[in-house]
Design a protein around this ligand. Structure first.
Ligand SMILES: NC(=O)C1=CN([C@@H]2O[C@H](COP(=O)(O)OP(=O)(O)OC[C@H]3O[C@@H](n4cnc5c(N)ncnc54)[C@H](OP(=O)(O)O)[C@@H]3O)[C@@H](O)[C@H]2O)[C@@H](O)CC1
Ligand SMILES: [K+]
Length: 491
């Protein structure tokens, strides 16, 4: 599992560690890891480090210090290293001295404009701001950062791309776009959540000895194959279909019968022993999946289920979606609410439920629930998912370029789903996810585990099926068994 911690927590751990070590040890460790990564990138690019042109963009804090010490190490290997200081009077003095000693030069006090110096680089090291930065890049940094991007140099961010918000993944104004980010001690939330994540490129974590001093519960966690494999249900020899769990799907409408088929397609691959379908799409469902148990009356009369998934394609006709959703929410089993089911959702009703609720909005639906513009949710995904979970007393899976899962407990880590492909943004793929997550809920997984395992398998199935090409929602459903095996290391 990958974990991320907020700046305040990182600083506390760093302070404790620094008190036990000789001065400067942490920065030297950070710089050594940074220089090793840069050397590897330069070897990949031009075969050797010697003679490579490296430009350091150095701000006024310790982030610049890291860049300067790493620059000194590269200069010691005969790279041609120049530093452009953004705040010459406040540059890390010992780092600058080390660089100059090793043969580096100052480029901001010459006749050549700094952006021209940057334009000639093989590698640009962004040491403008790290965890001490606030707000986007300041105006004097913008032309330099644009020149770095335009030059074709490899851009390596030190700890974080400068200009992104470490704790939230927000980007206020302009920020560095890195090819690689070398981060120290632990990941920070901004490296894992869009829009900042997009600025970070490939992530490398350098161990500076912080691990034992970080608290056991992180702010974010990113599950990986082994974590998801542990969550997936495994039928015991004596399991019959009822013991494996029955999922009830309430989806589709005269206008959107396909949503019923897609939600059932997801549910059939989620491990439940049987899928019950309730709604007007029964004929279409049976035609495609004859193993489904279909029912036309209200969900409460459909027979026993261990979980419900309600919402995909229910439509917005008054008098149809609402009674179905209300009936399901009145049940005493876990309920997943998606799409049209979210439209009329009342926080008090959800909070009063006796069993857990899982909401699976995309940014637009989340914005409607919160009463804010969609752009606000997209810019601040972490705050939005936390706020929704707290307001509704529910687990919330916020879909999108980085899918986030929050529980109502504000001290519990938010999960970030690492799988997926941009091709997954396709009609009906959310319906598959609803069925799949509902099915995992019916097998007895806790809500946040069902949500995390479903998002992971769904994104992986899309990736396996897509391999760079467009995928349809049904392709994703078809890819789920392979994703399941892949997670368990069986394929
Ligand atoms: N602590 C440790 O043990 C270790 C720390 N390490 C390293 O230190 C980094 C943290 O260093 P830090 O605390 O000095 O802050 P840092 O990120 O350099 O920036 C703060 C400076 O920037 C300025 N500034 C702020 N916003 C700005 C903006 N938008 N645009 C431009 N300038 C802006 C602000 O000054 P201001 O102008 O706001 O007064 C302030 O002077 C950390 O990320 C890691 O790289 C590693 O070596 C491992 C060991
Ligand atoms: K940086």
């Amino acid at each position: 599992m990958r974990t991320a911690y907020r700046v305040e927590t990182v600083r506390n751990a760093e302070r404790e560690l620094m008190a036990r070590l000789p001065e400067g040890t942490l920065m030297r460790r950070a710089a050594a890891g940074l220089a090793a990564t840069c050397a590897g990138l330069l070897r990949d690019r031009r075969g050797r480090v010697s003679g490579a042109r490296v430009v350091l963009l150095v701000g006024s804090g310790d982030n610049g210090g890291d860049a300067l010490y790493a620059g000194a190490l590269l200069a010691g290997r005969s790279a041609r290293v120049s530093v452009v200081r953004l705040a010459p009077a406040r540059t890390h003095a010992a780092g600058l001295a080390a660089l100059l000693d090793a043969g580096g030069r100052i480029a901001d006090a010459t006749d050549t404009p700094a952006d021209a110096v940057v334009a000639g680089a093989d590698l640009v090291l962004d040491g403008i701001t790290g965890i001490g930065g606030h707000g986007g890049l300041r105006p004097e940094a913008v032309p330099l950062v644009r020149a770095a991007r335009a030059s074709g140099a490899v851009v390596v961010a030190v700890d974080l791309p400068s200009g992104v918000t470490a704790d939230s993944g927000e980007v206020a104004g302009e920020a560095v776009r890195a090819d690689v980010t070398v981060t120290f001690g632990t990941y920070k939330p901004g490296l894992l959540i869009d829009p900042a994540r997009e600025h970070a490129g490939v992530l490398r974590l350098v161990d500076i000895g912080l691990g034992p001093l970080l608290p056991p519960v992180p702010d974010l966690e990113v599950l990986q194959h082994a974590d998801v494999a542990r969550l997936l249900p495994e039928p015991a020899g004596e399991s019959d279909k009822y013991r494996r769990g029955v999922i009830g799907i309430v989806a589709g409408s005269a206008r959107y019968p396909g949503a019923a088929v897609l939600a059932v397609a997801g549910a059939l691959r989620g491990g439940a022993g049987a899928v019950r379908y309730v709604g007007p799409g029964g004929d279409a469902v049976i035609a495609r999946f004859p193993e489904t148990l279909v029912h036309e009356g209200p969900p409460s009369k459909a027979g026993r289920v261990q979980a419900w998934a309600v919402g995909p394609g229910l439509g917005d006709e008054p008098g149809t979606a609402e009674p179905l959703a209300s009936d399901v929410l009145a049940s005493d089993v876990p309920v997943l609410v998606d799409a049209d089911g979210l439209r009329l959702l009342d926080a008090a009703t959800v909070r009063a439920r006796s069993a857990p609720t899982l909401l699976t909005p995309h940014a637009g639906e989340a914005a409607a629930l919160l009463g804010v513009p969609r752009e606000e949710v997209e810019a601040g995904r972490l705050a939005a998912v936390r706020e929704l979970a707290s307001r509704y007393g529910a687990t919330v899976l916020l879909k999108g370029s980085t899918t986030l899962i929050a529980t109502p407990d504000p001290t519990a880590p938010v999960r970030v789903n690492p799988t997926g492909t941009p091709w997954l943004a396709t009609a009906g793929s959310g319906d598959i996810l609803s069925g799949l997550a509902g099915s995992l809920l019916a097998t007895g997984l806790p809500t946040h585990d069902a949500a995390a395992a479903a998002a992971y398998l769904h994104g992986l199935a899309a990736r396996l099926k897509s391999r760079g090409a467009p995928v349809s929602a049904l392709d994703v459903a078809d890819g789920l068994p392979a994703a399941w095996r892949n997670v368990r290391g069986e394929a």
